[in-house]
Design a protein around this ligand. Sequence first.
Ligand code: ASP
Length: 342
Amino acid sequence: MIDQNSILIIYTGGTIGMIVDDETSALVPFNFDNIYKQMPVLKKFDCQLQFHCFESLMDSSNMNPEVWAQLAGIIESNYEQFDGFVVLHGSDTMAYTASALSFMLENLNKPVIFTGSQLPLGVIRTDGRENFLTAIEIAAAKEDDTPIVPEVCIYFENQLLRANRTVKYNAEFFHAFVSGNYPSLAEVGIKIIYNRNNILKPNFKKLKVHKQMDTHVGILKLYPGISLTLVDSVLKTSGLKALVLETFGSGNAPMESGFINLLKDSIDNGLIIINVTQCVTGTVLQGKYATSMPLKEIGVTSGKDISTEAAITKLMYLFGKYHDSDQVKTLFQKPIRGEITA
Ligand code: ASP
């Protein structure tokens, strides 16, 4: 039997919360005090909804680890009172925030469903309405009194995806997110079909929230013609502890000795370099091609099939918790929230 209970909706900002102002015709943020007037359909849920609005609503391009910590804190302080959480968030950096939250919320046993939209709620053809309503339904869904999806997810355009496997790949169409390396957790049509085998199982342990994120990490995307001066200056960034190197195809990079030597010197000096593919789907296989052999030889760490978004936020989380680079490197390669294939 599926019951529904109480859901906290946290509104951080983004397109979804916009409506057209009657007087000026401009897009303005929705006032959640009037939510039932704007969306009377919400009264039909047989669960209680409560709203928490950020004081200053954010375009998600302005998100940062302090706000992630604030969000984690809101979930922490409301964790016992609610059965699930819906986070309304701009789509641009949703995959980063949702990935970060997946690491920050250890032993999560309740749904945290991120959603947003490409068109504001107040626009006739909005995708926000369906995204919002279904996200609530998923956050409230239980079986035998246990949440069906006890993990951080992104729900967008009929698909429920694991947050730390998701990337935004389309800035125009409603189908804006993809999880290239992990199947969907649910598909939504007339019914919500949960793909139970893909969903993490609850561990019934006490929630532990980690708010400390270390930002001494970075991303460097390779491209043909990248200059050694640029690579060198990134590697010499003061305080840098780890670099996500976005490589070609299955983890390939230029073999030029000047480039490889720069990477090697940094690794020898303690920098962690993670090899992540620029492709949306597929995995890094260091050694498959000659062009990835040197990376393997100098000690670049394979990021396997992790997304860039999950890689950078996982590094922030791990360095927020551990000081020892070797420990971070070891933990990075193991799945801790289903973000990487073992
Ligand atoms: N720029 C907006 C944001 O990410 C776009 C959106 O909401 O989808 O906040």
